[in-house]
Design a binder for this molecule. Structure first.
Ligand code: C2E
Ligand code: MG
Ligand code: MG
Ligand code: MG
Length: 279
């Protein structure tokens, strides 16, 4: 959280109830306006086939360019969007923008699958599949080019509802990725109960892969688990060549992280796609 001249916002008390400061109320008003006026930006981070160095897919990551505070990261405004009941609207904007971007690239001769993060609130809404159908129709993107990334232990409490919505989404030919795998937010229960296609190893394990024997063993086990279940395994937060090598040694071929590229705007992504190879 940025601090400018004593301004601060969005801190939580020990009981995790929001402490409402004047700044917080102002930020809330500004976020509503930003969502309404389409002031959110979507960046794209390549997910690379680390053997061929081709871009295999892209992940959409939302940013808010605040007039005074500058770029805010999702952790700085997504909780607020949830609090003010705007997370579904925000999600729909990101979905539209992401599908439109992937469709543009497809039209330009660079077909690429786009992965979009979804909040549990979206998955709990039985109209979500219909929203997706509408967005695909409006943007022209084929359903098979879309991947949804899910997390959150909150889902576990309402597994039946979420699983119904996801089954419907799967019937549309859309793939589902389980994000942040190995953290408390993505449990084995989700893997067992939900129709998952892709496993994303959380970056906390990848970060210390080359320093910590246990993390290497955990990553090895996750890769094995994913493969045994017939899933595609992606490593998140890959920053060093050594990490790339270790992951390849253990047969994890899809890598996402600063080593290959940070999240970048559409135009920069288009430039990258034209060069075909990363690094
Ligand atoms: P995530 O879906 O796990 O996305 C990966 C995060 O790791 C991104 O953070 C990305 O910028 C960061 N990252 C990528 N490579 C590296 C690396 O090599 N090193 C390090 N240290 N970090 C790396 P970001 O963009 O801040 O997003 C944070 C989280 O916010 C996302 O985690 C996702 O859970 C959520 N999020 C982002 N955009 C959206 C959205 O449009 N909708 C929803 N519901 N959630 C979103
Ligand atoms: Mg994600
Ligand atoms: Mg993740
Ligand atoms: Mg996450």
């Amino acid at each position: 959280v940025k601090k400018d001249g004593g301004n601060h916002f969005g801190f939580y008390s020990a009981e995790s109830s929001v402490v409402w400061t004047r700044d917080q109320l102002e930020l809330e008003r500004e976020l509503r306006a930003a969502i309404k006026n389409d002031e959110l930006q979507v960046l794209f981070q390549p997910i690379v086939n680390a053997q061929s160095h081709h871009i295999a897919r892209i992940e959409a990551l939302v940013r808010w360019l605040h007039p005074k505070r500058g770029y805010l990261s999702p952790s700085e405004f997504l909780p607020l969007a949830e609090d003010i009941g705007q997370i579904e609207q925000l999600g729909e904007i990101v979905l539209k923008t992401s599908c439109a971007a992937a469709y543009n690239l497809l039209q330009l001769g660079y077909p690429v699958n786009v992965s979009v993060n979804v909040n549990p609130r979206q998955l709990l809404n039985k109209n979500f599949p219909q929203t997706i159908v509408q967005v695909l129709h409006d943007t022209g993107l084929p359903a098979k080019s879309l991947i949804l990334e899910i997390t959150e232990s909150a889902i576990v409490n309402d597994m039946e509802r979420v699983s119904k919505v996801l089954e419907e989404i799967k019937r549309l030919d859309i793939l589902i990725a389980l994000d942040d795998f190995g953290t408390g937010y993505s449990s084995l229960t989700l893997l067992r109960e939900l129709p998952i296609d892709i496993l994303k190893i959380d970056k906390s394990f990848v970060r210390t892969l080359d320093q910590n024997r246990n993390d290497l063993k955990i990553v090895q086990a996750i890769i094995g688990l994913g493969k045994n279940l017939g899933l595609t395994v992606i490593a998140e937060g890959v920053e060093t060549e050594r990490q790339v090598k270790l992951l390849l040694q253990h047969a994890c071929y899809f890598h996402q992280g600063y080593y290959f590229s940070r999240p970048i705007p559409y135009e920069a992504l288009y430039n990258l796609m034209q060069h075909k190879l990363l690094r």
